[in-house]
Design a protein around this ligand. Structure first.
Ligand SMILES: C[S@@+](CC[C@H](N)C(=O)[O-])C[C@H]1O[C@@H](n2cnc3c(N)ncnc32)[C@H](O)[C@@H]1O
Length: 293
């Protein structure tokens, strides 16, 4: 699931309008980024200062905070994500060749304003995309997009940790589900529930394509003291939260939900923020899991 161009990762880090990060180095590997002594000390000595009361409020307000995010930023924050097509990078039985003409049914879970789905809809006429998000505003932006076409996609509001996806998507009907910078936004105690929800609507052998923040990403090291909510879990100023995954932790979450690992690797990149003249180490986790047959 390599990004081929125009990739821009979520945005407290790289707003499409302000920082234009240029990638100049990228590699995939099995081990986490090595921290400097100073970075390690800073992370280890960063206490959790957010009270239980505030933590509960952040969880209660999670949907509202994301909806306000889209009120402020509308569709301008994330750039379109042009990935390798899921037929190439994802669904085993749907690779180029005899299955190329087979209809691909996928879910973009936590779709935001549709930066992943619209490039795919343009590229592949033989695809049907369900797209859900728990921000009503985000879902509305998807529906208002000129490329939205009810014959080829269905956008709906859904909290992946609470609402049963079976209410909208038939059981075992999906070839592929994508989780792109979404699981990190969900409270760690509820991630399992979201994965189990997706499991039910995937066909046996169906694939989840995952890309999200990896452990020790620059965004994690940049949080100021007082932002830590728990191990590898932080809150931004706007109340949205972010978790940073180790590959072991991610694999264990997916295995517990019934998936097997096909690919699970860190993608290390150095990006330069031209405006600020800074070179920053980014760490993402890029993975592929299969529902057992
Ligand atoms: C960082 S954005 C990524 C959006 C999109 N996947 C992309 O890559 O452009 C995280 C998205 O997850 C959504 N989200 C967070 N928690 C969710 C939940 N429990 N159920 C559904 N969507 C959720 C947010 O509303 C937000 O749109």
């Amino acid at each position: 699931m390599a990004a081929v161009n125009g990739e821009c990762d979520p945005a407290t880090e790289s707003s499409s309008s302000s920082s234009s990060p240029a990638v100049f180095n990228q590699s995939a590997c099995d081990s986490a980024r090595t921290l400097s002594e100073e970075e390690r000390e800073r992370l280890e000595n960063d206490p959790v200062l957010v009270s239980d009361f505030k933590q509960q409020k952040l969880e209660l307000d999670a949907q509202k905070n994301w909806d306000l995010f889209y009120k402020r930023n509308s569709t301008n924050f994330f750039k379109d994500r042009h990935w390798d097509h899921p037929r190439v990078s994802g669904a085993e039985g749907l690779q180029r060749g005899e299955f190329e003409t087979q209809k691909l049914v996928m879910l973009e879970a936590g779709c935001g304003v549709g930066n992943c789905i619209f490039p795919l809809l343009e590229e592949d006429l033989n695809i049907f995309i369900y797209a859900c998000d728990f921000s009503p505003r985000a879902v509305e932006f998807v529906k208002q997009n000129s490329l939205y076409c009810p014959e080829r996609c269905l956008a709906f509001q859904c909290d992946l940790t609470k609402d049963d996806l079976l209410a909208t998507v038939p059981e075992e009907s999906l070839d592929v589900a994508t989780l792109i910078f979404v699981l990190s936004a969900i409270h760690p105690d509820k991630m399992q529930k979201a994965l189990e929800n997706i499991y039910k609507i995937l066909k046996p052998g169906g694939i989840v394509l995952f890309r999200d923040y990896g452990l020790y990403d620059h965004a994690m090291l940049r949080f100021k003291s007082g932002s830590k909510l728990g191990e590898n879990f932080y809150v931004r100023q706007d109340g949205t939260r972010s978790f940073f995954f180790s590959r072991e932790h991610l694999a264990s979450l997916f295995h517990q939900a019934g998936f097997q690992t096909l690919v699970n690797e860190y993608v290390l990149r150095e990006t330069v923020n031209k405006k600020e003249g800074l070179c920053v180490p980014r760490v993402f986790l890029q993975s592929k899991f299969r529902k057992t047959e």
